[in-house]
Ligand binder design. Structure first.
Ligand code: SF4
Ligand code: SF4
Ligand code: SF4
Length: 263
């Protein structure tokens, strides 16, 4: 059987998700044996992109023209392109600078801002090229990456993640912190994939995996209204959480939510 030829690209990020990818590859040697890791600059000496790929994992967000060209090249070379982590899926923490004026932000961060080559806004991978799957998480969960890789390795056509965090929570038999303890939890509107880490420790979810794939702007609003009516959390605070990792921007809700919050 031919080995799956895979590549891993790191864009602008803290590299936390690269560590998770390495963890995933080390955790299942049998699976790793079925892969040809053909491009992974953080792991291999080879730094140039050559040939076609079966799967490309892309970590980090896109901040300049070189990165746009890189991901367009990757799209042409790879059968599947998978956004890994919240930076790649939604833009991540660095996208908080969007709409703030990048020149001003650079002055506060770098001693020589003129040397920094970045665009005005930060883009997720999904905003620049078509992706086949986006796996959020800050960092991404290595076990979830493994599950996706195993699915692809056995030839599964459906690799999408559609359920909410609540589904994972229920499967683990966890007590609902929202219902039982009135702790704010964004589980109903958040995508599954982390294994319900926060509810496992009695804490509410702040939505770091991003919005559920099929969610509508109306559902977010209804959810925020219900939490406010129940006295659990102010609607404006729910919307702040939804905006935190730029999920709203990727879904096209950004302007609407900014408008609703009145700033
Ligand atoms: S998603 Fe989080 S852990 Fe992953 S690269 Fe971005 S900031 Fe780092
Ligand atoms: S604790 Fe949160 S994620 Fe779990 S079932 Fe309740 S609302 Fe959903
Ligand atoms: S429970 Fe929510 S906030 Fe916690 S890791 Fe999972 S998605 Fe992120």
């Amino acid at each position: 059987m031919n080995k799956l030829r895979i590549g891993v690209e790191k864009l602008t990020s803290c590299s936390g998700c690269i560590n998770e990818i390495i963890y995933a590859l080390l955790a299942d040697p049998k699976l790793t044996e079925s892969l040809e890791i053909a491009y992974f600059p953080e792991l291999l000496d080879k730094k140039s992109l050559e040939g076609q790929f079966d799967i490309f994992f892309v970590e980090g967000s896109i901040v300049n023209k070189d990165q746009i060209e890189t991901v367009e090249d990757i799209r042409e070379r790879s059968r599947l392109v998978i956004a890994v982590g919240t930076c790649s899926t939604y833009g991540g923490i660095q996208s908080l600078r969007d709409k703030k004026g990048v020149e001003e932000v650079k002055k506060h961060v770098y001693p020589k801002p003129e040397l920094i080559d970045v665009e005005g806004d930060v883009y997720s991978l999904q905003e620049v090229i078509k992706t086949d799957l986006a796996i959020p998480g800050c960092p991404v969960d290595g076990n979830l990456l493994l599950r996706v890789l195993r699915k692809i390795a056995i030839g599964s056509k459906d690799i999408s993640i559609t359920e909410s965090l609540c589904a994972e929570c229920k499967r683990k038999g966890l007590e609902c912190v929202l219902v039982k303890k009135k702790i704010p939890c964004l589980g109903p509107i958040t995508a599954a994939g982390c294994g319900a880490i926060c509810p496992s420790f009695g804490r509410g979810c702040i939505g770091c995996f991003g919005l559920r794939k099929d969610i509508s702007s109306k559902e977010i609003e209804n959810f925020a209204n219900r939490l406010e009516e129940a006295g659990i959390m102010k609607k404006s605070d729910v919307l702040s959480f939804v905006m935190r990792f730029s999920y709203a921007k990727e879904k096209g809700y950004f302007e609407k939510i900014v408008e609703e919050r009145g700033r």
